[in-house]
Every structure is written in structure tokens, then in C-alpha cells.
Ligand binder design. Structure first.
Ligand code: SF4
Length: 393
């Protein structure tokens, strides 16, 4: 399935909200209500070509074909299906860049959660993540982010009309809050009642703790959930495993988390990748219990998924259990997530290695534009599989 997208300056239809489409079309001499109609085709039905908009007059379809492009992904290059019901998708965009996304069922296969990418590559360089090792290529646009969901949802519907596509988590490749404007716009597109109509409470944005982006997301009043990758409970250790945190100190992050506007009854999720002998001690668990006190939150423990390219190991199950017990005894809601989709390389920290070619930049290195033509491909930062399936509201 390939759309007619070309890398031109033409407006990307899938990036526009209904009122924006209306003003574009009115400016070209068409009726305003056609904007809503086109938006419905693009977002509710996820058409892959303008000709699929069968109730749109031929004259308007011709004008759209000549003067606009669809936007979003131009091709679905690959889908690998796991025995556990997960699918790993490889999408390509108009400039040839690629990202992966994962659609995964909850344990009872009652509903699905989509993990989307927000950047091609990532500049954050977390030491336990293969995406970080390969650098950053470019930000994704709002239509590219949203289209991962739209395309996968269409596939799921065709495969199983009764399947429930329920949650979206921004936890794939990239740091969403280093691309906050596009992420916020993609949320507005995906939650629009004339389109895919997702509930904001079924959407979670995950961040390594980018404070300016956190403030921007809070100000946007999207009502989505927030997950924070904590991964260490002292500033010193955090800087070792997540070097970007030198710019965004732990105490300021915890303060921002405490003040983040949440819907009533909703809690922040703190994600914690357990690295054997690094951050998995009982003392670490006790410190975590202390520093999170007072923040409405739950904790998601993710035993590291070992990879020969990374210098960390997965803790023993007994150690994971002991760590969890300390937090449970301190009255936190804690869950441990073991990776899914391992038979299709879709597990945490292992995604897309077969597509990886390297060549990006990391935080503090060259400007993104300098690598616009670099070879690309990364694995996903997918260490929070299933997060949204335990949302409480
Ligand atoms: S864990 Fe997330 S923020 Fe860190 S390098 Fe990987 S993709 Fe980037």
C-alpha cells in the first residue's frame, strides 16, 4: 500500500484539523463542510489515497491530488507478527526515513495498545537503549506520528472487526518532549471527534524528563497521561545512565511531576528499567519510596532486556521481586513488565536491530540538519509495553 505522497512543499492533508482543511478548501473555492468530510476520510477511515474518498466530488479530488499531499507514512514496508499477538510495523516516510511502531494486545487479548515513535532516532543517549546509541536524524511531523496509529488501526479492523484499539503510548523511538509541538498536534488530530476519536485518557506520553517540554505539554492542556522514565534514584547515577539529566536535575523533575496537571483520579507512571548490580538494590528501592512520596503515581518496573550490544544485565527474578516488595510495602502501586514480542525482535530494547544502519547524532553533537541525509534506522525504546492497560480511570 503506497500513497501518492511526494516530498514537496504541498500541504500535508493528514496534518490539518477539520477547520484548517475547511479554510484551505474555501480558499480554493470549495464549500467549507468539505473540510470535515475530507478529515473524516483521512482520520476516521484512514484512506491511503485521495481516490478512496468516494463521496467527495471528482473536481475536489482532482484539486487535492494536484495541490496537496496526503502526508503521514508513504509505505508500510514490513509487519512482523508475534505469537503473543503483537505486531511490529516498519513505516517509511516521503524522505525515505523509517520508524517502527508496535501494536500489542493486553494479556487477555481484549484490547490493543499502540506504541508510537515521535522522532527518527533519538538524541538523548540513554546508556541502556540501542536507539540512543544510534543517534538522532530528525523530528517526525504530527501527521507522521498520527499515521502510525491510523494505519495500524485500519489493518487491525480489516483483520478483526471486533478488535478494540484502545490505548496509544508515545514510547517508541525518540524523546516525545524534544518534539513537543508535533506530539501535541498529533494528539489533537487523534482525539478529534470527527476523526479517530481517541480518548485523551487512553493516551500516555513518556519522557526521560525534559523539563521545558514537560512545561509545554502541561500548558497544552491535552489531558493525556504522563509517564516518566526514572531509571535511577540519585542525580549521580541518573547522569550515568541518562546523561541528558545533567541538564534536567532530578529534584526539579520531581517537582515538575508533582505539579503536572492530571485529570482527577489519574496518576503519573514512573518507569524504572532494572539493571542488575546498577540500580536494583534494596537501598535504591527505599530511596525511590522516599523521593516519590507525595506524588500521585504508580511504578512500572521493567527488568532490562539483555542485548549483546549493551553493557547491562537483567536482574534475577528474586531480586526484581524483592525490589517490588519494598515499594509495595511503602504502599505504592507497582507492576513488573516483562517484554512482549520477543520472537519478532519486538521486545524492550531489541526492536528493529535488523533495520539499523547507524549514523545519527547524539545530544551535544552536530545539529539535526547536518544529518538529514544520513543512513537511518533504529530500534525502539520499547521498555514500557502494556503501560496503558492498567490505567485506572
Ligand atoms: S530510552 Fe528513550 S529517550 Fe532514552 S535514548 Fe532510548 S529512545 Fe531516547
Amino acid at each position: 500500500m503506497v500513497d501518492k505522497t511526494s516530498p514537496t512543499a504541498q500541504p500535508a492533508l493528514r496534518s490539518l484539523l477539520p477547520e484548517e482543511l475547511s479554510s484551505l478548501l474555501v480558499g480554493a473555492g470549495f464549500e467549507a463542510y468539505r473540510g470535515k468530510q475530507v478529515f473524516q476520510w483521512l482520520h476516521a477511515k484512514s484512506v491511503r489515497s485521495i481516490d478512496e474518498m468516494v463521496n467527495v466530488p471528482k473536481k475536489l479530488r482532482d484539486w487535492l491530488s494536484e495541490n496537496t499531499r496526503l502526508g503521514g507514512a508513504t509505505a508500510l514496508l514490513d509487519e512482523r507478527r508475534s505469537d503473543d499477538g503483537s505486531s511490529k510495523f516498519l513505516f517509511q516516510f516521503a524522505d525515505g526515513r523509517k520508524v517502527e511502531s508496535v501494536l500489542m494486545p493486553d494479556p487477555k487479548r481484549a484490547f490493543f495498545t499502540m506504541c508510537v515513535s515521535s522522532q527518527v532516532g533519538c538524541a538523548v543517549d540513554c546508556k541502556f537503549c540501542l536507539t540512543g546509541r544510534n543517534g538522532f536524524f530528525r523530528n517526525m511531523t504530527a501527521d507522521e506520528i498520527a499515521d502510525q496509529v491510523l494505519w495500524a488501526r485500519r489493518i487491525l479492523r480489516e483483520r478483526d472487526p471486533d478488535a478494540i484499539f484502545r490505548n496509544i503510548v508515545y514510547m517508541g523511538m525518540g524523546e516525545p518532549l524534544l518534539n513537543t509541538a508535533a506530539v501535541v498536534r498529533s494528539i489533537r488530530l487523534l482525539t478529534h471527534s470527527e476523526g479517530a476519536d481517541f480518548s485523551p485518557r487512553r493516551i500516555t506520553v513518556s519522557t526521560s524528563g525534559i523539563l521545558p517540554g514537560l512545561a509545554e505539554l502541561a500548558a497544552a492542556e491535552t489531558n493525556v497521561g504522563l509517564a516518566i522514565s526514572l531509571n535511577a534514584v540519585t542525580q549521580e547515577l541518573r547522569e550515568q545512565v541518562m546523561p541528558i539529566t545533567r541538564k534536567y536535575p532530578l529534584d526539579e523533575l520531581l517537582e515538575a511531576a508533582a505539579n503536572f496537571p492530571l485529570r482527577p483520579g489519574r496518576r503519573i507512571t514512573f518507569e524504572y528499567v532494572l539493571l542488575a548490580g546498577v540500580n536494583d538494590s534494596i537501598e535504591d528501592a527505599r530511596i525511590m519510596a522516599r523521593i516519590l512520596r507525595g506524588i500521585p503515581c504508580k511504578i512500572n518496573l521493567i527488568p532490562f532486556n539483555a542485548n549483546p550490544l549493551l553493557p547491562y544485565a537483567r536482574p534475577e527474578r528474586e531480586q526484581v521481586d524483592r525490589f517490588q516488595e519494598v515499594l509495595s510495602a511503602a504502599r505504592y502501586t507497582v507492576s513488573t513488565r516483562w517484554s512482549k514480542a520477543q520472537d519478532v525482535s519486538g521486545a524492550c530494547g531489541n526492536l528493529a536491530t535488523e533495520f539499523r544502519q547507524g549514523g545519527g547524532v547524539r545530544a551535544g553533537a552536530a545539529a539535526p540538519a547536518a544529518v538529514a541525509s544520513a543512513s537511518e534506522g533504529h530500534d525502539l525504546d520499547f521498555f514500557t509495553a502494556g503501560l496503558a492497560d492498567d490505567e485506572e480511570d
